[in-house]
Design a protein around this ligand. Structure first.
Ligand SMILES: [Zn+2]
Length: 176
């Protein structure tokens, strides 16, 4: 009996004979159901089609190999993690952030959201925590999950973007 894996979010569900009717994650307001509808795969299918390694583990940090470390930041999802590649960008360091930290339209700022599809922000305390967790990491560049890049000074971009975000939440940035 297979464990079905949602093709949109990648979450594996309980063992069932037939694919589940819906995905618990994609039904959540932080996710979305693909416009083509719900679709499923299994680990066996993926192993046949692609050479994938399952790296899911628990904890706050995980060393993948020398110079590659995962850091759990949470925020968008409790398990939301970023990958620090210390030798990336010619030794200046890269942070691969998925959508835990997203790159803004002008590529000089970043942002943070609880739900991107439904545009629900994160609390100030969580944004502060995310910024504090990445502050000690050496990186100059950020790649997000949607082909957007902060090419230079990305560490500073996270810090000043967190300050701006919190000011906006606290009505200190603008009045409309
Ligand atoms: Zn899903």
């Amino acid at each position: 009996m297979p464990y079905y894996i949602c093709k949109t979010c990648g979450v594996q569900h309980a063992q069932t004979v037939n694919p589940p009717n819906s995905c618990l994650i994609c039904d959540d307001e932080r996710q979305y159901i693909h416009p083509d509808g719900q679709s499923w795969t299994t680990l066996e299918d993926m192993r046949e089609k692609e050479n994938l390694q399952n790296i899911l583990k628990s904890g706050e940090t995980l060393n993948m190999k020398p110079g590659l470390d995962l850091y759990r930041l949470g925020g968008h999802f409790k398990g939301g993690a970023v990958l620090h590649w210390s030798n990336g960008n010619e030794g200046k360091g890269c942070l691969l952030t998925g959508d835990v930290i997203t790159v803004a339209a002008d590529r000089n700022w970043v942002s943070f959201m609880y739900s991107y599809p439904n545009l629900i922000p994160l609390p100030a305390s969580k944004v502060e925590e995310i910024a504090a967790k990445v502050k000690p990491l050496q990186f100059n560049r950020i790649y997000n999950a949607f082909s957007k890049v902060v090419r230079e000074n990305a560490g500073e971009a996270v810090q000043h973007s967190a300050v701006r975000y919190i000011k906006a939440l606290n009505s200190e940035l603008f009045h409309t």
